[in-house]
Unconditional design. Sequence first.
Length: 335
Amino acid sequence: MKFIKIIFSYLLVVFVTTAYCQNSGTTTNLSDHTKEIKLDSSFEHDKWGTTPIDLKYDFAAFISSFDSSDPNMKNGKNISWGIPEWVAFEIKKAPKPNKFKRPSPWLTDEQLHLNGLAPNDDTYAVSGTKKLNIVSTDYRYVRGHLCPFATASRISSEAAWNTCIIMNAVPQLQWQNNGIWKELEINCTDWANQHERVWVICGPVFFNNEPAVWLGQNNEVKAAVPDALFKIVIREANTDTGVETLSFLIPNVVPKNRKLYEFVTSINKIESLTGLNFLNNLTPQKRKVEKNKHAIPPLPTSYKNMTKSEKRKFKEKRLKEFYSTNQYLISSWTK
């Protein structure tokens, strides 16, 4: 009898997952207090093509590919991370938005929650943390927006409201969420205002493709805590590839004094860490060019013949030059 129950539970999860994959973008199982989803065809949230797509959700302000119970672990084990694999959104030039209300509790997919694939607010509460002042502020994991509430507010109050959903959240350390990550979010909206529109793809990174830390207690649905977060920003440009790209890889646990230019990376690096593929709507040659940009220069062949002291000085110089290049790169996006 126990074996039959296990098989039934497995088949139920597979059935629900398959149904969502075949009916991507369905909203029939979202929380009752989800606002009306008004899709605008002028927004091309995943214009440049991101793959693979898992459980797809279409919202006014973003597209989410939410992790299902698929074999994304190194050992081939079927397990759901309880978070999106990636979120993509377009930001258009717009005036400063109004301030809108946020839902409480956050929204989720109720059917996926019942089947143990999607968390709700309980997972992120972490009982007891609010009683410790230092933990309740900077030193706890919060529901980190991937598509920001403020960015969606540029579209409508409904679009902003619906960003507060588990399909758009990852566990993010509070000081990263309100610090360097927020700085990057503000930069993205500023760049959209200057260049008419930009596109953003962001999501979690697990360095061994296997989560080491999870949120969720007792019978709560678990949410994997990312080791880092990536963000790729794209704008149209008069270049050989037709675009300019700027990519970041920011650790979830990061000292407060670190600067954004320290975390510039290549799209190739992000792909190697996530297994995702970006810029699929560019030609292969243009895609190759963009993916190789902004990587830290490789060590020269002469490096192995250097003394220990020479190696240290060379690496320090190389890093200093890399940071200087990145500072110029980031500033070049500002007219």
